[in-house]
Design a binder for this molecule. Structure first.
Ligand code: NAP
Length: 294
């Protein structure tokens, strides 16, 4: 297949590109071609693709959501980078004589909003008016509009991806110094997924024609923030008892801290499981052991 990827230089997109290249021809639409995996084709404009038929599109591009406080301009950059890239893909796809067979577009578990509690959340659940929920809803709607008629659409509601980088890179130093611990009450859920599993899941969705609509990209056994902190402490062999109070999170990170660090719902991968996807890493401890050993 000829596969077009946006976000192919990122934490998920780079290993995904490298894995797909074993069987497919991968084209990465990006701003910084020097960061594209060797062997993939980098294009900085969709016009550079020319007449090549694209069989599948994977759309992951977007400004980092947890990189800094959410000022008005930061929120606009987070939204515009996702909605703008997706709409541009749609406009380009509409000009193609042959549509791709599948379009996999990013979203996140932020879709499900801020409600607290332990009720399991599946793809059938809705969201609320929080920034993350509206962002994901609008990103998914833009993908629906961008997806050509007859193309299968998968909307990937991704949890916290555990790999060498991403969220774990930010937690590693304080936990390694023995300064880690639960955030706020610690009761908020942290649905996670190993980087290898999200790469495999995207490949599974490319191939399995039964897959369409929203798909939670999270491991089958989500944990609370308190359990996450304890597991990370155990794997690093460090104490992890130092709590970070909610008021400190809000003072340091503002709305971003409130939505991303103090809240979280118990998201389950109902659709991936029903389709028979096998997670290589079902438990957090096994995932952390693997990532931190590498
Ligand atoms: N990692 C997670 O834990 C996680 C969790 C939930 C959802 N997600 C979603 O999954 C997607 C990929 O995540 P990631 O962790 O791989 O992200 P990442 O490492 O931050 O990579 C983001 C990618 O988007 C591109 N990008 C950034 N700003 C852009 C802009 N203004 N216009 C066009 N492209 C831009 C970057 O390409 P350049 O080389 O051009 O900069 C990069 O390839 C993101 O949309 C993210 O929201 C990730």
């Amino acid at each position: 297949m000829n596969i077009l990827i946006t976000g192919g230089t990122g934490f998920i997109g780079l290993p995904l590109t490298q894995s797909l290249m074993r069987e497919h021809n991968v084209i990465v639409w990006c701003r910084r071609p020097e960061r594209v995996a060797a062997g993939a084709t980098a294009v900085t404009s969709l016009d550079d693709i020319g007449d090549t038929t694209i069989d599948a599109v994977i759309n992951l591009a977007g400004e980092g959501i947890a990189d800094s406080r959410w000022s008005a301009s930061r929120k606009a950059a987070i939204r515009d980078s996702r909605l703008g890239t997706t709409a541009a893909l749609g406009a380009w796809l509409a000009t193609r004589p042959q549509p791709p067979s599948v379009f996999i577009s990013g979203s996140a578990i932020g879709f499900y909003g801020l409600e607290s509690g332990d009720a399991p959340v599946t793809e059938a659940d809705g969201g609320d008016d929080s920034f993350s929920s509206v962002l994901c809803r609008d990103w998914e709607q833009t993908a629906r509009e961008a997806c050509p008629a007859g193309t299968r659409l998968c909307l990937l509601r991704t949890g916290i991806v555990l790999g060498d980088g991403g969220a774990l890179a930010k937690m590693r130093l304080p936990f390694s110094l023995g300064l880690g611990g639960p955030v706020g009450s610690g009761a908020q859920w942290m649905p996670w997924i190993h980087l290898d599993d999200i790469v495999s899941l995207i490949q599974f969705l490319l191939d399995d024609e039964r897959a369409s609509g929203p798909i939670n990209a999270t491991a089958p056994k989500p944990v609370s923030n308190r359990e996450f902190a304890a597991a990370l402490g155990r794997v690093l062999k460090r104490p992890a008892f130092l709590p970070m109070p909610a008021f400190a999170v809000k003072a340091l990170f503002g709305q971003m801290g409130d939505e991303l660090l103090l809240r979280g719902r118990k998201v389950l991968p109902a659709t991936a499981t029903a389709l028979g996807f096998n997670f290589a890493f079902e438990t957090l401890e096994a995932a952390l052991q693997d990532v931190l050993r590498r």
